[in-house]
Design a protein around this ligand. Structure first.
Ligand code: ADP
Ligand code: MG
Length: 732
């Protein structure tokens, strides 16, 4: 044996030739011995079990285990001196043809009855599936000597690796075997105590069992260990971040009795839900600590997150500080400004006639404001006159100064990156407290992973007196009359004094990306007709089924003042029907709106539809949401729509949504050819693993924040914590 490795960071060049190393790096992004050992088999072929050949799809790169059924060799009619070797392999039922040109010598290998692995791209020739010039590896025949390559097949379970054209599965297997054979006593980054308590295999043994398995049970144990590692490394990193935050200094902002916050509470026209009270208490506790709060508040659409945030903001104002509320869109910023001002009433009118002296001011800062308005807002923020500053990303600009920024509230986090959060955080002398709100509920462990450096609070109940939203799918192709019925329902809502939304995926009148509001279309839009557009649908409605009603439009290409104007008039009841794009998706709050018709509903993602639907039924009258679609019954699109119609549970729906995405998308990692660091761990399927790892990681970091007692873990973190991982964590 040449070398023995103790470190998994050794380059693969130390094991294999330069050419192979290059192919490994280019084709499979394998650069180190560790990368190679973490290149796990895609599946395992059982020696006795041949691959089901009927299942092969054209153009697929496959590795099949099959038996040679017949071999024929004949000259090619159009090319003298050339020969064609055709080998038919079988799985006992179907067959696959292998063709080789001018390779007569293979006759001696490929004998009838021999079994082997055959790899190549499935082609169709004369309506039969075939592999042209496949790479192959015959299994050792009894009585023949086992050549070195075939040693990988000695076991009953044959690992089949993700391979490339240039490097067949068994060649990958050979490289892995070299790595395993040269493995010295590698240091196990997982602390021994945790490994034993969790009943996990030592690392080297797990590598052996996953790559050279004897039994399915062995594979299972190996995978358990290796999967745990992925969760653990991630959670240790996140625990470190939380610990770092906890060490940062922040100004404590304890609740002051008799201040604005109390005055506000006693003005509230409703009783807070139990959840609102409980989360409020948690936040007050966070705010009175002298290190910054980093909390995620998730809650169903309409669960009343804004009130919770406002109570926190007022607490900070009472202690002499300021709060900034960052909204993802101009429409939302304006709405927040309006509703906060309204909720505060005289408390927001300090310095104005009739305003409360104890009060404060609420400033609005957006990108499109006129310069005098803007100057005023900037001044109010810098002087501290405005206790609360509401805004869009304009708040992040360098020019914006605060007198004493104590709390940053980020509404609808998923539209903000961490850099933006960081920009706001940098505006204080000491880092401010941060509260992030999202109405896109995500399963707890996804939250733990994606927003792993945040503590999480959840509002699970809706305020009482909310009427449920009835949701129906309107399949226009099968039931054309249902669409008429839908418009009739809108008319009924309006006749009853209510209002309605009609939502379209597209604006209209323009080409390309410019025309689409951010729609989470889960399927590829190719070869489908363009989705329905606001500007096309509106005139049809006005002249047709909605004639006589006050119909107006709202979309992202309108100037901000126009958007604000329309929203204000809709909120004031001066508009009956608003035809809009997804600009109404997040947070828009008009309790009198009770009806919603979503056109081409299948073009929206599940969570997005749930968000949209949350716009109706915000008051005491029952809401109705109609999902119009041309998707055929039993199609995946229809199933998604049926799921939305079947439940109002946003957590359930976000699960449906996530299941339709790939893991990388869930974590926001780019898939562009880089190795994903999560290969075995699924944030949806392995919640228990993530939970366990989180506990272990928190315990470990609490006891040894710098990991000085765990050098192997420290270097594993450094190695695995590559660019990509940082990138997706940054998105949290
Ligand atoms: P979201 O969580 O979607 O941001 P909001 O904070 O916008 O929800 O609240 C939705 C509506 O419910 C608002 O009009 C708000 O005033 C009202 N609301 C909030 N809390 C309560 C409560 N405890 N009882 C009744 N209405 C409430
Ligand atoms: Mg909201």
């Amino acid at each position: 044996m040449a070398t023995r490795f103790r470190s998994l960071d050794e380059p693969v060049e130390a094991l294999v030739g330069d050419r192979t190393a290059r192919v490994l790096a280019e084709g499979l992004q394998i650069n180190t011995v560790g990368d190679l050992l973490r290149h796990y088999p895609r599946r395992y072929a059982e020696r006795g079990d041949l691959t089901d050949l009927a299942s092969l799809q054209p153009d697929e790169e496959v590795t099949v285990l099959a038996e040679v059924a017949s071999v024929t060799e004949r000259p090619m009619w159009n090319r003298p001196k050339s020969s064609l070797l055709e080998v038919i392999v079988t799985d006992g039922r179907g067959s696959l043809s292998l063709t080789f040109f001018n390779q007569k010598w293979r006759l001696k290998d490929l004998q009838v009855g021999r079994r082997g692995l055959f790899a190549g791209k499935v082609g169709i020739y004369q309506r039969k599936r075939q592999l042209t010039h496949p790479d192959y590896q015959l299994l050792p025949d009894d009585g023949t000597s086992i050549d070195e390559d075939a040693e990988s097949f000695a076991g009953a379970l044959i690992p089949v690796y993700p391979a490339t054209k240039a490097l067949a599965s068994w060649k990958v297997a050979n490289c892995v075997r070299l790595a395993l054979d040269s493995l010295g006593s590698i240091e196990d980054p997982l602390p021994e105590e945790i490994r034993r308590r969790r009943n996990l295999l030592p690392l080297a043994e797990a590598f052996r069992l996953v790559h050279r398995p004897q039994t399915r049970d062995g594979i299972r144990h190996a995978l358990e260990r290796l999967r745990y590692d992925e969760a653990f490394v991630l959670q240790v990193t996140l625990a470190q971040r939380r610990a770092e935050t906890a060490r940062q200094p922040a100004l404590a902002r304890p609740r002051q009795p008799g201040g604005l916050a109390d005055a506000f509470d006693s003005r509230l026209p409703f009783v807070l839900t139990e959840g609102q009270v409980a989360v409020g208490e948690t936040i007050f506790e966070d705010l009175s600590a002298d290190h910054p709060m980093h909390r995620l508040l998730q809650g169903e659409v309409g669960s009343g997150k804004t009130v919770v945030a406002l109570r926190a903001m007022l607490t900070v104002v009472d202690s002499g500080g300021q709060a900034a509320l960052l909204a993802p869109t101009e429409v939302l910023a304006q709405q927040h400004h309006r509703s906060i001002t309204a909720m505060l009433g005289p408390l927001a009118e300090r310095g104005m006639l009739g305003g409360s002296d104890a009060g404060t001011q609420v400033a609005l800062l957006t990108g499109s404001q006129g310069s005098s308005q803007r100057r005023q807002a900037l001044l109010a923020a810098a002087s501290g006159d405005a206790g609360i500053v509401v805004g869009t990303h304009a708040l992040l600009e360098e020019k914006v100064e605060f007198f004493d920024l104590g709390l940053v509230v980020v509404d609808e986090q998923h539209r903000f990156g961490v850099e933006q959060r960081a920009a706001l955080v940098a505006k204080g002398d000491k880092p401010p407290h941060v509260l992030v709100m999202t109405a896109t509920p995500i399963p707890r462990t996804v939250a733990m992973t994606v927003f792993g450096d945040l503590e999480i609070s959840t509002l699970t109940e809706l305020p009482e007196g909310r009427s449920p939203i009835a949701t129906h799918v309107v399949p226009v192709l099968e039931r054309p009359t249902y669409l008429e019925r839908a418009w009739q329902r809108v008319r009924e809502e309006v006749d009853a004094g209510h209002q309605a939304y009609v939502v379209c995926p597209r604006i209209g009148d323009a080409e390309g990306a410019d025309d689409l509001e951010p729609v989470d279309d889960p399927e590829s839009p190719e070869d489908r007709r363009p989705p329905l557009a606001v500007l096309d649908v509106t005139p049809m409605l006005v002249e047709g089924p909605l004639s006589g009603m006050r119909v107006e439009i709202l979309h992202g290409r309108m100037p901000p003042e126009a958007k604000d104007e329309v929203m204000r008039r809709f909120a004031g009841g001066d508009i009956d029907v608003l035809v809009a794009t997804t600009v109404v998706e997040v947070g828009v709050d008009v309790p009198n709106a009770t009806g919603m018709v979503v056109m081409d509903a299948d073009r929206f993602g599940v969570s997005q539809l749930h968000q949209l639907r949350g716009r109706v039924g915000r008051g005491s009258a029952a809401g109705i949401c109609l999902l119009v679609t041309e998707a055929p019954p039993a199609s995946p699109s229809r199933e998604r729509l049926d799921a939305v119609a079947a439940t109002l549970d946003g957590f359930e729906l976000s699960r449906v949504d996530l299941e339709n995405r790939r893991e990388g998308d869930v974590l926001g990692a780019s898939q562009s050819g880089r190795r994903s660091s999560l290969r075995l761990l699924s944030v949806l399927r392995h919640e228990d693993v993530i939970q366990d790892a989180r506990e272990d990681a928190s315990g470990l970091i609490a006891a040894d924040p710098s990991l000085s007692g765990h050098p192997a873990l420290r270097s594993a973190l450094a190695a695995m914590f590559d660019e990509e991982r940082t990138e997706y964590l940054e998105k949290g």
